[in-house]
Design a protein around this ligand. Structure first.
Ligand SMILES: [Zn+2]
Length: 342
């Protein structure tokens, strides 16, 4: 039998992007309410699909739900105090199994797909046996959209008619990659971006104050996972650099300081960079239209420096940028073409 990550004590530390808080703020009151009601009535579908943008808290809520399903005295959510909750929080509950991307032992890199062997070894071979100690056997598949077609097909029967004790929670930022046959077998719970007010509360609960809290909220762009994991710092740096490019890109005398910055930016994942560039540019355009300075004065300042027409042209070039990347245009050059011309 394959060694299971979830019951391997050494690997018990949850990954940084998987906070296993059993309670607290998540910014998805509607989904929490819906799932709570289904838990209470015992009407939770055996196969659930949590879909929506990355880092908004889908996996966190999947863990919370898994813990509630194991808790000795749920209300309907996990009590947080019983031995089952303690194990769930540490990530060592033997009946909460996480199926995720493996690390290729030869290259040390994460594989790009969840392969059919994992479905057989980590799911199907366990389905005949009841849970070790919990009330349910919960399988969290994350990222579910990384399952290739063979893996998805191998799971169809299990998703359709699981044993009464089994529950599946598929977590997908890109649910469109799932086969319609998989999607139709799951009850889908959709998640959206978290509104600013909830993000501010989450930042405060994570101990962030003042300037850090404001930067974390702005740069998280609706994804509290970035605030909780500390990933907001990278996002904030990216955002601040993009704003500098918008604000000073047309001033030739600033090029000597912008150039090394673009060198650094070109080393980052280009798609994340473009997504953020699109967000910053849209915010800047909105700030100009609103003429109120917007919520973020740095954006408004960058917008005024760039001007309406140039902002429109940046937005147009950004729309074409993914196609340039496909053709292997050098990212450093691409940044220059996007921002250093009117
Ligand atoms: Zn409990």
């Amino acid at each position: 039998m394959a060694k299971k990550k979830v019951i391997d004590e050494e690997a018990a530390q949850p990954a940084a992007d998987r906070p296993v808080a059993l309670d607290g703020l998540c910014g998805h009151a509607r989904q929490v309410e819906l799932l709570g009601r289904l838990l209470e009535k015992g009407m939770l579908s055996p196969s659930l699909l949590f879909s929506g943008p990355a880092s908004v808290g889908k996996a966190s809520l999947a863990f919370r739900l898994a813990a509630a399903l194991q808790c000795a005295s749920p209300s309907p959510w996990a009590c947080g105090k019983c031995p089952a909750c303690a194990k769930a929080r540490k990530g060592i509950h033997p009946d909460i199994r996480i199926i995720t991307l493996e690390v290729n032992e030869e290259t040390g890199k994460e594989r790009k797909e969840i392969v059919v062997r994992q479905a057989r070894e980590e799911i199907i071979s366990h389905l005949d046996l009841p849970p070790y100690e919990g009330r349910h056997l919960v399988f969290i598949i994350d990222p579910a959209s990384a399952m290739n077609a063979e893996t998805q097909n191998a799971l169809l029967k299990s998703l359709e008619e699981p044993p009464r004790y089994a529950k599946f929670i598929l977590v997908a930022s890109n649910a469109a990659n799932l086969l319609p046959t998989v999607r139709s077998r799951c009850q889908e719970v959709t998640f959206g971006l978290v509104p600013r007010k909830a993000l501010e509360e989450i930042a405060a609960s994570a101990g962030l104050r003042d300037d850090d809290a404001a930067r974390a909220v702005s740069s998280s762009a609706g994804a509290p996972g970035l605030i909780l994991s500390g990933g907001w710092k990278d996002a904030a740096k990216r955002r601040e650099r993009l704003m500098a490019l918008l604000e000073f890109g047309l001033q030739a005398e600033r090029f000597p300081e912008l150039s090394p910055m673009m060198e650094e930016m070109a080393k980052e994942p280009p798609r994340a960079m473009l997504a953020e560039a699109l967000r910053v540019t849209s915010e800047a355009r909105r700030a100009l239209y609103a003429k109120s300075g917007g919520q973020d004065s740095a954006v408004a300042r960058a917008a005024r420096a760039r001007g309406e027409e140039s902002l429109g042209r940046v937005a147009g070039r950004l729309a074409d940028a993914p196609a340039h990347l496909e053709r292997n245009v050098n990212p450093r050059l691409l940044l220059e073409r996007l921002f250093i011309v009117p």
